[in-house]
Design a protein around this ligand. Structure first.
Ligand code: ZN
Length: 365
């Protein structure tokens, strides 16, 4: 698998006339090498890859030496002692690198300055989305991990939704979700879970707080797990205490969001742009009079990151292709009242979307 990925990257190097690419984005590093450590805080790195037409090196420091040798078996592991810039300067001379690409979306200005100061005879060329472009279509092994991650998350969410939510705080539920993901074999949550009750649901990315859930309120759950490095992302909106306690507003808003979702699920085809896919759902919501209350994109790719290519947003020109995995998550948010978001994950096939979710948990309104 790694060998094939490297071969694809090398074709891109030739196309962009690069003598090498420095890969520092953690997901790209992992995808191309199998090296799993995360980076620490901003500006810290557990290492980077240097890929040339002939060579594949993993440059890291003493802390990761054993892991690197064990995981990145296609790579020659180099331990830098005076920092990456000095190591690279020596390697560029040794390997004859004149034009070196780096990931413009991953390098801090300060890191770039350090590289430029050390690599005086090398042309440093920013690239954008090179490896992300390789990652956008999922191979069977990736699809297996994503499906496993989603299945685990759904099992956990299903159990939590079986409980009586009334009287629990958002934070209690969020902690419960995180703990259950780990107890049931996940590596952890894909992102901090969102549990947004009542009026808090009007903020799409609300942080769970001490608010205690009341009967009859809508509660948005947006959760994900990590399995084998791959993530899942799912949202459901439920009424605390059961649908029979829901008001008219909820029924109306929910029905529109669900209709929009089904329209997109059934209508998206390979060859459409992300913008065209987004419009399928957006039109339904706009026609119902909630156009301005759906302020985010319809969906996004999911893989080693929760949010990656492709984007299914109003301005997206990205063409959707078979093998891509993305979410379909229309939402409607009413300040002072709350919100509804319904999120499914699909893999695009030649004939359309194949649903990856098994959990239903939708109201039929
Ligand atoms: Zn999402």
């Amino acid at each position: 698998m790694i060998k094939m990925r490297l071969a694809r990257l090398r074709r891109l190097l030739a196309k962009h006339k690069l003598d090498g690419l420095l890969v520092s984005l953690p997901a790209n590093r992992r995808y191309l090498s199998g090296f799993t450590p995360a980076d620490g805080q901003l500006g810290e790195s557990s290492g980077c890859l240097l890929v040339t037409p002939r060579d594949a090196l993993l440059l890291t420091d003493f802390r990761y030496q054993l892991t690197a040798q064990e995981q990145a078996t296609y790579y020659e592991v180099r331990i830098y002692r005076q920092g990456l810039a000095q190591e690279l300067a020596g390697l560029a001379r040794q390997l004859g690198i004149k034009r070196l690409g780096f990931e413009g979306e991953a390098l801090l200005v300060e890191q770039h300055q350090r590289l430029a100061a050390a690599l005086t005879e090398v042309e440093l060329e920013p690239t954008r989305g090179l490896v992300a472009g390789l990652r956008v279509k999922k191979d069977p092994e990736e699809l297996r991990q994503i499906t496993a991650s989603l299945a685990l998350m759904e099992r956990v969410l299903d159990q939590v939704l079986d409980e009586d939510l009334v009287g629990m705080s958002e934070r209690q539920l969020a902690l419960k979700l995180v703990r259950a993901v780990e107890d049931q074999g996940g590596e952890g949550p894909a992102f901090p879970p969102i549990v947004a009750s009542g009026p808090n649901g009007a903020e799409p990315h609300a942080e769970p707080g001490e608010r205690v859930i009341q009967a009859g309120e809508p509660v948005i759950f947006d959760v994900g797990a990590q399995v084998g490095g791959y993530l899942s992302d799912i949202s459901r909106t439920v009424v605390a205490g059961g649908l029979e306690r829901a008001g008219e507003q909820f029924r109306q808003v929910y029905a529109v969001a669900r209709r929009a979702q089904l329209k997109a699920l059934q209508g998206i085809r390979p060859g459409m742009t992300g913008g065209e896919a987004d419009a399928l759902a957006r039109e339904v919501i706009a026609e119902a009079g909630f156009g301005t209350r759906f302020g985010h994109s319809l969906g996004h790719g999911v893989g080693l990151y929760t949010h990656e290519a492709p984007s299914l947003g109003p301005n997206s020109q990205e063409v959707l292709r078979p093998g891509m995995v993305f979410t379909i998550e229309p939402g409607i948010y009413l300040p002072g009242w709350g919100g509804v978001r319904l999120e499914q994950m699909v893999v695009l096939e030649p004939t359309g979307c194949r649903l990856l979710n098994g959990l239903d948990r939708f109201y039929d309104l």
